[in-house]
Design a protein around this ligand. Structure first.
Ligand code: AMP
Ligand code: ZN
Length: 454
């Protein structure tokens, strides 16, 4: 499989660096509210990447963290008067339920930031020791971006834009900031009143880690110094991933991520779907209006991940129609299991559709090929190919719609029913034979009858 790499700006082949298992990390959700379908555009395309690799015969190790301590989780847990752990646990559960309903595979490891404070402190100590970080008077610790000559390479920052030697403390000391506010970023935040009970001990006094650090520390623990791929939405390229790269390379060396995979934002009314802008839909909002998670998933993969996608209600209608058409084409055939499909083999007339996924995850083109070849699908191989492409996209099909019974057949069935009510068994048998001649049968129940094709 090949994918566009944010670092080199080229489409590159994805091969496990250890020759065995493709190891990748995805920045996970910040659990302070329900994830919106913009977040799920990113999580779903990461899921499709994993599925395409696995169905292509590659083993994977998927690590995705839970951000359960940062400015926002603390602010909102304090706001509602809950302990941070209880507050984040409810949103983590909700996230898991949403992922399951969207048919996303579970990551192999899902570490949480709060459970990895010692690892984060150790990484800061390493950075201080090596001259890449320094403590300020208030007990906070900053990463010195001037100490890392590659800073800005991933997000292609012009080094002239960097405000070397200034700490964010002189500006905002917040976890998130824009490109015009680049400065030494915070690794350890000294304890503040607004943090409530959420602080830990460290060599620099009480406080808590800055947001960017958790992924670096957990990646080192679960994937090592060099791993295959790192992923997130496009908003994470700067500063989050730029900072992770700096911390990790400076503390423990290694190549860090060999490739970077970023998905383009889901928009609504032409603007990024986000909590702060108040323009968001959750799966629950859409379920209230009668839309299934699978219809949402279809919309999210309906456009190539490198293109912006504007979410509309019309796209949900189109998704419903498309899934219905696929279900009708499948005509009651059952899909082989995921493991069975991952054993490989010919995909018949659908091998082109799978190739579209192999080439930079072109989900839109793969769907186009899937529909384009439905009419020519005949052999067992073809249907295996059909279900492999569906499995790669993570789509499951709805039950086929109710069968349409022609009017004359319905009439014959009604006459038969009437004959039975009149205990005219001979007439009833004649109607039954007449129905059978036309390819139909009647199943009697206590309340009435059902007309089915033979
Ligand atoms: P967060 O919970 O804010 O940490 O975000 C979780 C993931 O969703 C990150 O990879 C973000 O980059 C991604 N994300 C946030 N908003 C959007 C959006 N509108 N479209 C696609 N991905 C998004
Ligand atoms: Zn991260």
């Amino acid at each position: 499989m090949r994918l566009f790499d944010t670092l080199t700006r080229e489409v590159v082949p994805l091969k496990p660096v250890d020759g065995k298992v493709f190891r990748f990390y995805c920045c996970g959700p910040t659990v302070y509210g329900p994830a919106h379908i913009g977040n799920f555009r990113t999580f779903v395309i990461q899921d499709v990447m994993r599925r395409v690799l696995e169905l292509g015969g590659v083993k994977t190790k998927h690590v995705r963290n839970i951000t359960d301590v940062d400015d926002k989780t603390i602010r909102d847990s304090v706001g509602v008067g809950m302990e941070l752990a209880d507050f984040t646990a409810q949103w983590r559960e909700r996230f898991h339920a949403d992922c399951e309903s969207l048919n996303c595979l579970k990551p192999h490891i899902e570490p949480s930031a709060v459970e990895h404070i010692p690892e984060q402190v150790a990484m800061i100590e390493e950075l201080v020791e090596k001259g890449h970080a320094y403590a300020s008077d208030d007990g906070s610790v900053y990463f010195k971006i001037a100490s890392f000559s590659e800073y800005g390479k991933l997000s292609r920052l012009d080094t002239r834009e960097l405000d070397l030697g200034k700490t964010q403390n002189e500006r905002a000391n917040s976890d998130e900031y824009e490109k015009d506010n680049i400065a030494d970023f915070v690794l350890w935040k000294s304890r503040r009143d607004e943090d409530g009970d959420n602080y830990w001990d460290s060599p620099w006094g009480e406080g808590r880690p800055g947001w960017h650090l958790e992924c670096s520390a957990m990646i080192l623990k679960y994937l090592g110094r060099t791993f295959d791929l790192h992923s997130g939405g496009e908003d994470l390229v700067f500063p989050h991933h730029e900072n992770e790269l700096a911390q990790s390379k400076c503390s423990c060396g290694g190549e860090f991520a060999r490739h970077w995979f970023h998905s383009t934002h889901l928009l609504v009314n032409g603007k990024k779907m986000s909590k702060s802008s108040g323009t968001l839909y959750t799966l629950a909002d859409l379920a209230d209006e009668g839309w299934s998670p699978m219809e949402v998933r279809y919309v999210l993969i309906g456009a190539n991940y490198r293109k912006q996608l504007n979410f509309t209600m019309e796209s949900l209608h189109a998704a419903r129609e498309a899934l219905g058409r696929l279900a009708k084409a499948a005509d009651g055939r059952t899909a082989p299991g995921y493991r069975e499909l991952a054993k490989g083999g010919s995909l018949g007339v659908f091998s082109g559709a799978f190739e579209r996924l192999n080439e930079d995850l072109n989900t839109a083109a793969a769907l186009g090929e899937l529909f384009g070849n439905l009419k020519t699908a005949r052999s067992l191989e073809d249907w295996r190919g059909f279900f492999t492409v569906l499995a790669a996209l993570g789509l499951t099909l709805p039950e086929p719609e109710g069968i349409e019974v022609p009017e004359e057949i319905a009439k014959l069935a009604e006459c038969r029913w009437q004959a039975r009510q009149d205990r005219d068994w001979a007439a009833s048998d004649r109607y039954r034979d007449e129905l059978a001649k036309n390819g139909w049968m009647v199943k009697d129940g206590r309340e009435g009858y059902e007309v089915l094709p033979l």
